[in-house]
Design a protein around this ligand. Structure first.
Ligand code: AMP
Length: 409
C-alpha cells in the first residue's frame, strides 16, 4: 500500500486570510480557539485524542515563537451551564504529556481569575481555559462575552475547524476585537476541502455514502460540476435505484428526494459524468448482528428485505472505477459498517481508495471511523477533522469561523 500522506498541495492562497505565520507573536498573548471536543468514557478518560494532536503544530509553533499561549475550546453540550462532566480538565493532563510542558488550567474562560493568570504569563507559557460553553453567551455569539474573551489576548487564532461552521463568540464574535488568523489545521482543511476540490488533478472521483440523500444532496449538487465520476453507495444509493424504477424492498428510501435524484442523474448524464450505483447488495430482514444475509443483484431486491451493504460485484465495479483516479474525495460509508456482516463493502472500498495512485481526502465522522477500522488511515492523504464543517465546505458554502478572520491584504 502506497503512503501518500506527504503529497504536496500547490494551492496559491485559497484561504485569503491571515495565518498564524503572518502575526508577530513573540511576547504577545495569543488566544487559540482549538477543538478539544474529545470523546470521554464514563471515568472521564479520553478515548481518542486525535483532535488534540491535530492542533499541536499550531500550539507548538506559538510556543516556539515565544508567544503566551491561551487555549480555549468547547466540550460536549453543557447548554450554558457549569457541568463537571463536560470540564476540559482531562484535556490538561493529555496536553501536558503531548507538549511535554506545564499547562495551567483556569476554571473559567472569562473573568478576574483568567485575567490574573494571563497577566502573570511568560513567553512560551501555556494556559487552558475551562469549557467556553459553560456560558450561554458563547453559542449566542454575545458581543460583551466575545469582548471579555478578547480582553485576554493581543491576537486571535482559530484552529477549531470542527466548529468553523458555527457563528459563536469564540469563533466569530471575538474577531471584531482582535487581529484574527487561521492556525495550521484550519489552513490545511481549507487547502484540501476547498483548494483541491476546486483545482483537482483529474480524473477526480467523488464517493458518497451514508444513510440519507438529504444529508449529502448539497455536496452532490456542488460536486456535479467539478468531478469526472460519482460513486454512490450506502443507504442513499437506494433512493436513486428507486428513482430508476427498481423494487428496493425495505431498503432506505426518501420519497421526497426521488424527483431530485432523477434530476441529478439527468444532469450527470448531460455533463458526461460517469455515475456508479451498487449493482448488487448484501441484504437482511433486520439490521442486527447475526441476522440471515443474502447477496442479490440490484434487479432482484426482494420485498421484506433491506439492502445494508454493497455486494462483491459492486466492490469490483467501484474499485475499477477508482483505479485511474488522481484525486478521490470520500464521504459516507458504503453500508452499515458498524455491524461486521455489513462492513465488508466499506472496508474493501477503503482499500481501493488507498490502492489508487491518487490524492485522497476523507470527509470526517463515520468515514474517518471506517478508514481507521479498515486500518488504512495512514495511507489517506488527508482526513478532515470536521463533520458538519467539512460537509458545509464541500457544499461550496463559506464557514463563519473562516469568513470572520482578517483578510490578507
Ligand atoms: P451519514 O451520517 O449520512 O454519513 O450516515 C452514516 C450512517 O449510514 C452509518 O451509521 C451507517 O450505518 C448508515 N448506513 C450506511 N449504509 C446504510 C444502508 N444501506 N442502510 C441503512 N443505513 C446505512
Amino acid at each position: 500500500m502506497a503512503r501518500r500522506s506527504d503529497a504536496v498541495v500547490d494551492i496559491k492562497d485559497i484561504l485569503g486570510k491571515l495565518t498564524i505565520e503572518d502575526l508577530q507573536i513573540k511576547g504577545k498573548r495569543v488566544f487559540i480557539r482549538a477543538d478539544f471536543n474529545v470523546p470521554l468514557d464514563d471515568n472521564l478518560v479520553i478515548t481518542d485524542d486525535s483532535r488534540i494532536r491535530s492542533t499541536l503544530p499550531t500550539i507548538n509553533y506559538a510556543i516556539d515563537e515565544g508567544a503566551k499561549v491561551i487555549l480555549a475550546s468547547h466540550l460536549g453540550r453543557p447548554r450554558g451551564k457549569v457541568e463537571p462532566r463536560f470540564s476540559l480538565s482531562p484535556v490538561v493532563k493529555r496536553l501536558q504529556r503531548l507538549l511535554n510542558k506545564e499547562v495551567v488550567f483556569v476554571p473559567d474562560c472569562v473573568g478576574p481569575q483568567a485575567e490574573q493568570v494571563v497577566a502573570k504569563m511568560k513567553e512560551g507559557d501555556v494556559v487552558l481555559l475551562e469549557n467556553l460553553r459553560f456560558h450561554p453567551e458563547e453559542e449566542k455569539n454575545d458581543e460583551a462575552f466575545a469582548k471579555n474573551l478578547a480582553r485576554l489576548a493581543d491576537f486571535f487564532v482559530n484552529d477549531a475547524f470542527g466548529t468553523a461552521h458555527r457563528s459563536h463568540a469564540s469563533t466569530a464574535g471575538i474577531t471584531k476585537f482582535l487581529p484574527s488568523a487561521a492556525g495550521f489545521l484550519m489552513k490545511k482543511e481549507i487547502e484540501y476541502l476547498k483548494g483541491v476540490v476546486e483545482n483537482p488533478v483529474r480524473p477526480f472521483v467523488a464517493i458518497l455514502g451514508g444513510a440519507k440523500v438529504s444529508g449529502k444532496i448539497g455536496v452532490l449538487e456542488n460536486l456535479v460540476d467539478k468531478v469526472d465520476k460519482v460513486i454512490v453507495g450506502g443507504g442513499m444509493a437506494y433512493t436513486f435505484i428507486s428513482a430508476m424504477g427498481y423494487e428496493i424492498g425495505d431498503s432506505l428510501v426518501e420519497n421526497e428526494m426521488l424527483e431530485l435524484a432523477k434530476n441529478i442523474m439527468d444532469k450527470l448524464k448531460r455533463n458526461n459524468i460517469k455515475f456508479y450505483l451498487p449493482v448488487d447488495s448484501v441484504i437482511a430482514q433486520t439490521i442486527e448482528a447475526g441476522a440471515e444475509t443474502k447477496i442479490v443483484t440490484t434487479q432482484e431486491l426482494p420485498k421484506g428485505w433491506r439492502a445494508l451493504d454493497i455486494g462483491p460485484a459492486s466492490v469490483k465495479l467501484f474499485s475499477e472505477a477508482l483505479q485511474n483516479a488522481k484525486t478521490i474525495i470520500w464521504n459516507g460509508p458504503m453500508g452499515v459498517f458498524e455491524i461486521d456482516a455489513f462492513s465488508r463493502g466499506t472496508f474493501a472500498i477503503a482499500h481501493s481508495v488507498t490502492d489508487a495512485y491518487a490524492l485522497t481526502i476523507v470527509g470526517g465522522g463515520d468515514t474517518d471511523h471506517a478508514v481507521h477500522k479498515a486500518g488504512v488511515n495512514d495511507a489517506i492523504t488527508f482526513i478532515s477533522t470536521g463533520g458538519g464543517a467539512s460537509l458545509q465546505l464541500l457544499e461550496g458554502k463559506d464557514l463563519p469561523g473562516i469568513s470572520a478572520l482578517t483578510d490578507r491584504k
